[in-house]
Design a protein around this ligand. Structure first.
Ligand SMILES: [Zn+2]
Length: 100
């Protein structure tokens, strides 16, 4: 029996990749006067709340791919659901046709 470990499964993520800007609070830091620190972040909703997860630069590519995986799977599922609906409708129309 094939056993697929969760670790071998590609990462799937839901949310939006964004840039998180913040001031660290240190009075001597360049961010106190100038540009705030920037880091890539994933914004997503969990339990009805919007949450932010800051990412390292090297995680960006992985997260981007994981978000694309989710979108692709969602589109596939939506397409299947639309096809299902069309099938159900078609069944009704052909039934109606039999009666006539
Ligand atoms: Zn700072």
């Amino acid at each position: 029996m094939a056993c697929i470990a969760p670790r071998s499964r590609p990462l799937v993520l839901r949310g939006t990749l964004t840039t998180f800007r913040r001031r660290c609070g240190k009075a001597t830091c360049r961010c106190a006067q100038g540009e705030p620190h920037e880091s890539p972040a994933l914004v997503f909703t969990e339990g009805g709340r919007t949450k932010t997860l800051t990412l390292s630069e090297k995680e960006v590519a992985e997260v981007t791919a994981a978000l694309a995986r989710y979108e692709a799977a969602k589109e596939e599922l939506d397409a299947a659901a639309n096809a299902g609906l069309a099938k159900l409708r078609g069944r009704r129309q052909s039934r109606r046709g039999e009666r006539q």
